[in-house]
Write a protein that binds this ligand. Structure first.
Ligand code: 26W
Length: 801
């Protein structure tokens, strides 16, 4: 389309005039961003059409990744880089006096996710396209993404997020592909050629309008599709209040549910889930029929992946379509269905396991409920034959029991593959949470350790480090992240290690500028940047971090000679709006910050920063600047974590528990290059099973703990009032469910060790180098290759580089 920066410039100016009827000098940065976005989308469109044609005419198996969340972040930089035109565009804009970095800042994050699960889906899309694999996403086009966080007086406030206010350049509305999704109504039976059949009548129809986004692979012509559905009113049904119908319809895709652990149990959530799967299954089947005609081989050409249980109704929905619309008999339909679906579990927290009361489910989705019921009856009958007389086991495994539909059970029974997201997580699923199912279907279970796209999280977000790496080992690592291992040859190269340190300093300075802009605080860039950014949750134990900071402050006051390397503790975290306890912890972080920052006894050696509104684009600035990456969840609770991988890849050292993928990071780097502390998952689970942990003992026997806990409820903390009594009570009155006090001592010890290690800068840089060199395993390219090979069985015969 354009081959050099001059041609680009010309096209850019012409496009701007055509789009806005303005000359360049009259244009705003906003106009310039949208002009560039449209130009790039046109640039993409030829390959997009071509990829789709190829998929239509070549009989390659397609994968559809169904997810209620896609946490994409910004897309301009990623698209420019993947297209290989970042430099040309940068140069062309520079000639016009525009800084591309400023234009990038205009783009709103597409924040259509809560955290790990949604961001994983986005990384997977990038890897699928970059590996030339035919994999597409289906999700929901929420009008408002995850809320915008404002901190007022140390408290979190939530504002509706507005990513669509000025329109979204990367999407194409495809109203001709609108489909209708039925809710409510009733099921009628009738007889056709002597066969008993069912139809859903008197339903309220909602239109699902697709918006397609191109997913551009890195330096390849593959452009896959992310299709997001938006709910709009369908034909008006007489007798119903039109305004009410319109409001109820649009509400379906108005907001993303802001909770990433609690099963909400709200009818609107169930509507969202069925809306997503019904529209997606229709779209998948329509495109299949166009290519192949006969659905009996569907599983040979299509895999549908279910990202956690939220889209699990796709299983009964496909059954419904096959049986009611394509005249399959039940067994035939079940065979095809269970060979089509694969399911990933992302958490073992029991409060996150979705269960829908029959009284909500049945009236909303009457025909789908009948099918779930039938699946359950047949499944239980099979169990009865295999485990005669074992009532308890059958009750525990049933899909419907005690008036509730167990979504995870439906997912396991209806899929050919069930996977966890890190080794330890899969083991816990097999041995504990899903043990009965593992005994019954041992071959379905497998593990796929998560990954992150190194293109966004290293190449895109950390240009100084990427350049340094390339100067040392060439560009192979960009296509084969495993090649980062070649960096090991520099482990004793003092000049290289010094450069690595300098790169980190550059990134720290950039973040310090941002902190100054946002928080008005001056940060010492020679201090250790000790960072914990992630959703706020009791199991992630931001509390352990903040109690330890309070303890360091106490030491400064008690001992004027207490010598330690200066630290800047940086937090970023959103709490679910209804999660009272998590919000108290945000307030606590702010109170401790008010106490510590600028206290004369601390002499600027401790700083606490809370960065508001943590999101993908902020993470891209924070992570490259980290020295220490805090991954301190209660062992057994964090399924994998993916932030841990991003930090490692950017040359931060992990300080963490033996939980989730931290364990695999340890395996990659070896014990000398990571700071591990705390209870193991087994120890935690033993306490939970057998008891024997008494938080009060730690309070009484460890004066450090006693002191910081008392400070929560005396008048030490500015603005505390009685806010922190809940926290005090959870630790002592409720016996500290997350073992914060139990792990305090080993945490303090490892923090001290890390602080000392930092004073030997060359050795520290060597450890960082070792981490970067071994981070290739955590590229989502490796993860996706495993899914492709072992689960979806795609890739053979694809246009692999
Ligand atoms: C029903 C409400 C709800 C919503 C979302 C329950 C549970 C979820 C997700 C499963 C929570 C989630 O994001 N889990 C995270 O998934 C990441 C990607 O696999 C893992 O790295 C994290 O450890 C896990 O907490």
């Amino acid at each position: 389309m354009f081959s050099d920066h001059n041609e680009f410039k010309e096209m850019f100016l012409k496009k701007l005039e055509m789009m806005y009827g303005k000359t360049f000098p009259e244009s705003t940065p906003q106009d310039q961003f949208f002009t560039l976005g449209h130009l790039i989308r046109e640039y993409i469109s030829m390959n997009w059409i071509h990829t789709n044609e190829q998929y239509r005419f070549n009989k390659r198996k397609q994968v559809y990744y169904l997810s209620i969340e896609f946490l994409l972040g910004r897309l301009l930089r990623q698209n420019l880089m993947n297209l290989g035109i970042y430099e040309v565009v940068d140069k062309g804009l520079k000639d016009l006096g525009i800084d591309l970095a400023d234009i990038e800042e205009i783009e709103h994050d597409a924040g259509l996710g809560n955290g790990g699960l949604g961001r994983l889906a986005a990384c997977f899309l990038d890897s699928l396209a970059s590996l030339n694999l035919p994999g597409h996403g289906y999700g929901i086009r929420y009008k408002h993404g995850l809320f915008e966080q404002k901190i007022v007086n140390g408290f979190q406030m939530e504002l509706p997020e507005q990513w669509l206010r000025h329109g979204h350049v990367w999407e194409v509305r495809k109203s001709d592909l609108t489909v209708e999704v039925p809710f409510w109504g009733k099921v009628e039976s009738y007889s056709e050629k002597g066969v008993l059949k069912f139809r859903h009548v008197d339903a309220e129809l909602v239109s699902a309008v697709p918006y397609d986004m191109p997913v551009v692979g890195h330096e390849t012509s593959t452009v896959n599709t992310l299709r997001l559905w938006s709910a709009e009113p369908a034909a008006y049904k007489a007798g119903k209040d039109l305004m009410k119908y319109k409001r109820e319809t649009e509400a379906i895709t108005e907001f993303l549910y802001p909770d990433d652990t609690h099963d909400e149990g709200k009818i609107l959530r169930l509507k969202q889930q069925y809306f997503l799967v019904s529209a997606s299954i229709r779209s998948i089947i329509d495109s299949y029929i166009y290519r192949y005609g006969d659905l009996k081989d569907l599983h040979e050409y299509v895999s549908i992946h279910i990202n956690d249980t939220h889209p699990v109704l796709a299983i009964p929905e496909l059954m419904r379509v096959l049986v009611d619309e394509y005249e399959f008999d039940w067994d035939e339909a079940w065979k095809v269905t269970t060979k089509t679906f694969a399911y990933t579990n992302h958490t073992t927290l029991s409060e996150a396991l979705e269960k829908w009361p029959v009284r909500i489910f049945q009236p909303l989705l009457p025909r789908v409920f009948m099918i779930v019921n039938e699946i359950n009856e047949r499944f239980c009958k099979g169990l009865w034959e295999d485990y005669p007389g074992e009532w308890k086991r059958i009750e525990d495994m049933a899909i419907i029991s005690h008036g509730e539909v167990k979504m995870a059970h439906l997912a396991i029974v209806g899929s050919f593959s069930v996977n966890g997201v890190a080794k330890i997580h899969t083991e816990i699923l097999k041995q504990r949470e899903m043990n009965l199912f593992y005994q019954y279907y041992p071959d379905k279970f497998n593990s796929k350790t998560n990954g992150i796209t190194h293109r966004r999280w290293l190449l895109g977000s950390n240009p100084p480090l990427s350049k340094l790496i390339t100067s040392a080992i060439g560009t192979d690592w960009i296509h084969q992240p495993g090649k980062l291992k070649d960096l090991e040859t520099y482990r004793d190269d003092a000049a290289f290690l010094k450069n690595l340190h300098e790169v980190k300093q550059v990134n720290k300075e950039r973040l310090a500028r941002r902190i100054y802009e946002n928080n008005g605080m001056k940060i010492d860039t020679d201090s250790i940047f000790d960072i914990q950014v992630k959703r706020l949750h009791a199991y992630k134990r931001q509390l352990l971090n903040v109690l330890h900071i309070l303890h360091l402050y106490n030491r400064c006051l008690e001992d004027p000679h207490f010598d330690f390397h200066p630290r800047t503790f940086i937090f970023g975290a959103k709490a679910s709006p209804g999660y009272f306890y998590a919000k108290k912890i945000i307030k606590l972080i702010h109170s401790v910050a008010d106490l510590v920052n600028d206290h004369p006894a601390v002499k600027g050696r401790l700083k606490v920063v809370f960065m508001e509104n943590y999101r993908v684009s902020l993470a891209e600035e924070i992570i490259p600047a980290a020295d220490l990456s805090q991954q301190i969840s209660t062992a057994s609770k964090e399924a994998s974590g993916t932030g841990n991988m991003k930090f490692m890849m950017n040359g931060a050292l992990t300080l963490g528990t033996l939980d989730g993928a931290n364990i695999e990071i340890l395996e990659q780097v070896g014990g000398e290059n990571i700071f591990i502390f705390g209870l193991t998952a087994e120890e935690v689970m033993n306490y939970q099973k057998q008891g024997g942990y008494y938080a009060m003992e730690y309070y009484h026997h460890d004066p450090r703990i006693k002191k910081v806990l008392n400070q929560l409820v005396d008048d030490t903390l500015p603005g505390a009032d009685d806010h922190f009594e809940t926290i005090y009570d959870s630790l002592l009155g409720e016996n500290d469910q997350f073992f914060v006090l139990r792990d305090f001592d080993s945490y303090a010890a490892i923090q001290e060790e890390a602080g000392k290690a930092y004073t030997n800068r060359e050795e520290w840089s060597r450890m960082c180098l070792h981490n970067i060199a071994n981070s290739g395993y955590f590229s989502s390219d490796r993860t996706i290759e495993e899914y492709a090979r072992n689960i979806w069985k795609i890739g053979q015969g694809s246009l692999m580089r």
